[in-house]
Design a protein around this ligand. Structure first.
Ligand code: FES
Length: 225
């Protein structure tokens, strides 16, 4: 809840989300001109006066919110359906995800496609994080952006929808050796999906916080090269 609360607060801010070559993952891709040199596509002009994170936040939020792992966590702790094994169901009837509103969770497979776009964008931001005004270099923030992108890729590629997309509906893996190899990688990541879900969320928060504090001048970004 702490990470979610911080993310919501950060997404509503209109300043200190970028510094030098770094941009917070919560604000990327930036589609508003208010992002200045960090604008990726100026779809939203000067009339967009609220936080540019609000334009894109729905995609990563939807991706995580409908993720099977996070679902399990908030079904048990907040929705209380099912609360746990052998614990009485507080609702009249357990209907699983067969009725509204939980049936809407099926959109997860579509959010997965957006999740891949988010991962691509984070990778581009990670590369840009080495492009300082005076030339290419390495700052602590550059490495943090790389770790953030790698963790998000591991999280996204371990998604159940991804694994099904790669290896589902195949009768013979032997006739699809490339898909089989990709499926094996997705399977390894899938087995650690919970760990990557937990690691990537605080990493997004930590990356935003780091860039925010550097931008506010609380401390300097150490240059390693
Ligand atoms: Fe977790 Fe798809 S199941 S991201």
């Amino acid at each position: 809840m702490v990470f979610v609360g911080y993310s919501v607060w950060a997404a509503l801010q209109t300043s200190h989300y970028a510094w030098g070559p770094y941009i917070s993952p919560i604000f990327s891709p930036c589609l508003a001109t208010s992002c200045g040199s960090h604008t990726d596509l100026a779809l939203f002009g000067r009339w967009w006066v609220v936080s540019p994170a609000l334009i894109v936040a729905g995609f990563p939020v939807g991706f995580r919110l409908t993720c099977y792992y996070y679902r399990r966590a908030y079904y048990r702790s907040l929705w209380l359906s099912p609360p746990a094994c052998a614990v009485r169901e507080p609702h009249h009837r357990y209907r699983g995800e067969s009725r509204f509103p939980l049936i809407l969770q099926n959109v997860h497979r579509y959010f997965f496609y957006f999740g891949i776009l988010v991962a691509v964008m984070l990778s581009i931001d990670a590369v840009r994080g080495f492009d300082f005004p005076g030339g290419w270099g390495i700052g602590l923030g550059s490495l943090i952006l790389v770790v953030n992108a790698v963790l998000f890729w591991c999280y996204a590629l371990g998604c159940h929808s991804c694994r099904h997309l790669i290896g589902g509906r195949l009768r013979h893996f032997s006739r699809h050796p490339i898909r089989y190899r990709a499926w094996k990688i997705a399977t390894v990541l899938n087995a650690r999906h919970m760990a990557f879900a937990w690691a990537s969320l605080p990493c997004v928060v930590g990356t935003d916080l780091y860039i925010r504090l550097v931008s506010m001048g609380v401390f300097h970004d150490p240059r390693l090269l």
